[in-house]
Design a binder for this molecule. Sequence first.
Ligand code: MN
Length: 451
Amino acid sequence: MGSEKLQTYRRKRDFSKTPEPAGTVSETGNRFVVHKHSASSDHYDLRLELDGVLKSWAVPKGPSLNPADKRLAAATEDHPLDYIDFEGVIPEGEYGGGPMIVWDTGVWAPMGDPHADLEKGSFKFRLAGEKLNGGWMLTRLKGKPEDKGRDNWLLFKERDPAMDTEIDILTARPESVKTGRRIEELVAAPAPAKRNKPVPGKLPNAVKGPMPDKIDLQLASPAAALPKDADWLHEIKFDGYRTLAFIEDGKTRLITRGGLDWTRRYGDLPGAFAALDCKQAIIDGEIVVLDEKGISRFGKLQDALSEGAGNKLVFYAFDLLYLDGWDLRASPLNKRKALLTQLLAGHINARSALHYSDHMEGDGSALYSRASDMGLEGIVSKRANGPYQGGRSSSWVKVKALQTGDFIIAGYTDSEDAGGIGALGMAEWVDGELQYRGKVGTGFDVPTIAR
Ligand code: MN
């Protein structure tokens, strides 16, 4: 029912060649998206969910927060709802060929009857997105013969607190709100074939077999002090929801520690796994929300979930338990983590939803004192060559950081090396690429941390 609405959309595309969705028409909602699209010319596509499809306008110069800027908006064919998440590269030679990112997304509301307003060509609505907010106006231009039947409108911002006559939002916030990538990065990304595809069967003790549908999580035992032996590695302890990501044929389920499927509660986050080069995988990690210093805060996670702000969520991956036909739980932890970095390589950067939880090997005391200064929750130490064992064991231990309020703040204000925080939280990143360097994770500059 209603699929005739997508006839024009489908006629223009060859779905055997483009990664765009063929689309279905389903229940109505109130989401919106603004795609940034580099096709034959660069433009932005405003799409509003209405009557089970996305009403679409191509805006060559993009939206402006300045009410004085009236931007041409050419109505284009209705797009399917599934398109709201679409980010990727439409192949050259196909309709609209070129890269496209989710530049902004959120919810919208009409200020009047949207059908009547669209009909009469004077359409006011509100947006609640990450970049675009408040009242907006679309007004239809009178047709001229040279328009050849094109349906042209003007898009502009209403005067309200969400307007801004100073900032050019297009240059201030060029990135995808879905993945943090800029549109140039989609084009510049090396072909996946060039990367070293992870080979799970080469790991010691890897066991060939079907993907388990349940995993008994390994838990850390509390300890008073960090283990001193050299064969331990040390990770930041996150303050969020421990979560297993089950990836299967492009779909990801996010399962709580208690075995509940919370995939739907996490907004866009499950989609972040879709680009990984695997058919099946189980990744152990923690879902968190980071504060402005890059530190995970449970309160912020709860706020984000209750507000439905799914695009603030980050998944810190710290273990790989299964990959493409191989159960890796009997393999040594450091080998599993090395394979995990390979799987994630190229799919994460400082603003992406996926992160890798790097570690230090050997003496973790510098990391521990730094964690205390920064007000992190603590450290999890793990036997570097240990298998993954369900339940609480002594091969993973958690050590709480020392915390006193004043001291934490002093630890911060002191430092030019606020980068040091980044180093702990997210500095696995060099120029947008994950770089694994063996003993000490990239960014863990030991002399700096020890200072
Ligand atoms: Mn377009």
